[in-house]
Design a binder for this molecule. Structure first.
Ligand code: CU
Length: 149
């Protein structure tokens, strides 16, 4: 059984697969000398079944890896993970200091205001080709202040 998803969320989504919503996808702007960057996004698995990102690719990077940051002995360490789990009916955030898509071996500068292509491959065999904006992103982004008034 499937639930209809509110139109509200669709307006903000970059891409709309049947059961997956991807919001706020962005890649970190880096200077021309940089060989690595990272991409972040929010993935909402609307389905009743678990899904996972199993790999990713982009034309701007030699290799694209799935990474996580974990605290080990009080130090933030980055390590590659086999997949990024997207549990059923849950939101999974890729953000600085946590899960991210690592772009390795950049073949061009990632300039703010431009976009890059990023394809995500999922555990069910499907994939999503995204065009994501390049933005300045702090290493450990503070939560944006939300004005309630
Ligand atoms: Cu990384």
């Amino acid at each position: 059984m499937k639930f209809l998803f509110p139109a509200l969320l669709m307006s903000a989504s970059l891409t709309q697969a049947a059961d997956l919503t991807i919001n706020d996808a962005m890649a970190r702007a880096v200077p021309p000398t940089a060989k690595i960057s990272a991409a972040f996004m929010t993935l909402i698995n609307n389905a009743n079944t678990d899904l996972a990102v199993v790999s990713a690719e982009s034309s701007v990077a030699e290799a694209v890896e799935l990474h996580n940051n974990t605290m080990t002995d009080g130090k933030m360490k980055m390590r590659q993970v086999n997949q990024i789990d997207l549990p059923a009916k849950q939101t999974t955030e890729l953000k600085p200091g946590g899960l991210h898509v690592m772009l390795i071996g950049l073949n061009k500068a990632l300039v703010e205001g431009e976009t890059i292509d990023l394809t995500l491959n999922f555990s069910d065999g499907s994939s999503e080709a995204l065009e994501i904006p390049i933005q300045p992103i702090e290493p450990m982004m503070q939560k944006k202040h939300e004005h309630k008034h």
